[in-house]
Design a protein around this ligand. Structure first.
Ligand SMILES: C=CC1=C(C)c2cc3[nH]c(cc4nc(cc5[nH]c(cc1n2)c(C)c5CCC(=O)O)C(CCC(=O)O)=C4C)c(C)c3C=C
Ligand SMILES: [Fe+2]
Ligand SMILES: [Fe+2]
Length: 342
């Protein structure tokens, strides 16, 4: 059977580092109601305000990390797609981005056109958020309905606690952890607190968004709480690689706008670590399976500068899983047993 495709989906990047392309990309991204979860008129107003300055700033940041072949996120995702082909014997392996190109619509039309009947959809986000996982699934559903595509889809659920993912993370960090370091910071992408509260409130009105650990979080709350899933990933990772509690901590990066985002913030943690005398910190970013602007520029450039200015000496960014062999085989195993409904 070669009519069962694997569709890898990640977030996406601008087409180029031109301000106009970055503006177009940010507009599509931020106007997604799963990302800026406000009624349309308010969303339009807020995003238009963000788009006054942000495209130029982001274009500058993208230019500092852009590769000759294109956006690191897209290039690495293509490498992963290529590597997955020898691990997925059931049919084509396709890649799509939620925003920009290659689009989900183009990918699904192409697969249906090739006679594919089944699709395993793998949103490449280990931890669940509506702004990532849900919107990717919703876009697949929208395209299938709008185009009446005869495709049966199963979905890879968030894999934040799955042994394959954790083993791949551990393997990717091993050589860095074998050297001397003062602290490992696990920096996850942030999220407005409101995004979590609105999902979790009906299940637990008092859910603690400041807690230092995921212990005791009820399974049905854990399933919806991005922050708890990040903590759980970090705890399971630390246990796997044998780190003592004082050797590691979790933080959240990339706050945007005036809303309260989940804490602690990565910027604050880097300052704090330097002030506490940490000279060498390792930073890994387990919410991203591929290096991108968030890891390469926000941590690898701005975070490094900030840490050094605060008195630290060395910030070592541990690369994401990218297309490492351990991750390719882990993803193949996760995809084989994907059974989530569309
Ligand atoms: C890994 C999970 C991600 C979550 C959760 C997420 C939520 C989220 N992001 C923004 C705003 C921005 N994110 C940007 C880049 C970006 N975000 C993710 C992943 C998650 N985002 C990735 C993989 C990337 C990298 C894209 C790339 O091209 O390399 C950006 C663009 C860059 C910038 O201008 O800083 C914005 C903006 C919000 C508002 C949000 C949740 C509400
Ligand atoms: Fe983001
Ligand atoms: Fe960011």
């Amino acid at each position: 059977m070669t009519d069962h495709a694997l569709l890898l989906v990640n977030l996406g990047s601008p087409a180029s580092t031109d301000v106009a392309d970055v503006r177009r990309y940010l507009d599509q991204f931020l106007m997604d109601p799963y990302v800026v979860d406000l009624p349309w008129p308010l969303r339009r107003l807020l995003v238009s305000l963000i788009l006054l300055k942000r495209p130029a700033q982001s274009a500058h940041a993208y230019a500092s990390i852009w590769w000759p072949e294109g956006s690191p996120l897209i290039v690495i995702s293509r490498q992963l797609q290529e590597a997955m082909r020898s691990h997925w014997p059931h049919g084509p392996v396709e890649l799509a981005m939620r925003y920009g190109e290659p689009s989900i619509e183009r990918a699904l039309l192409g697969l249906a056109g090739q006679g594919v009947k089944r699709v395993t959809l793998a949103p490449l986000y280990p931890q669940f958020a509506e702004s990532t996982t849900t919107t990717a699934i919703a876009e697949v559903r929208r395209v299938i309905e709008a185009r009446s595509l005869p495709l049966e889809v199963s979905v890879l659920p968030p894999f934040y606690d799955q042994p394959e993912y954790l083993d791949a993370l551990a393997a990717s960090a091993r050589t860095y952890l074998a050297e001397d370091f003062d602290h490992l910071l696990l920096s996850f992408h942030g999220l407005p607190e409101r995004h979590i509260r609105k999902l979790v409130k009906p299940l637990d009105a008092h859910h603690d968004l400041r807690s230092a650990s995921s212990h005791g979080v009820r399974p049905e709350v854990l399933a919806l709480c991005y922050r708890s899933q990040c903590l759980r990933t970090a705890e399971l990772f630390a246990e796997r690689v044998g780190l003592r509690p004082e050797q590691w901590s979790v933080s959240f990066q990339s706050r945007l706008g005036r809303d309260k985002w989940i804490e602690p913030y990565t910027e604050a943690r880097l300052d704090e670590l330097a002030r506490q005398g940490a000279k060498k910190v390792l930073v890994m970013c387990p919410a991203f399976v591929a290096d991108c602007i968030e890891t390469l520029e926000e941590i690898g450039m701005r975070g490094r500068e900030q840490f050094e200015e605060a008195g630290g000496e060395q910030l070592q960014l541990i690369p994401c899983l990218n297309s490492q062999a351990g991750w390719v085989s882990a993803l193949a195993r996760l995809a084989e047993r994907a059974d989530g409904e569309l």
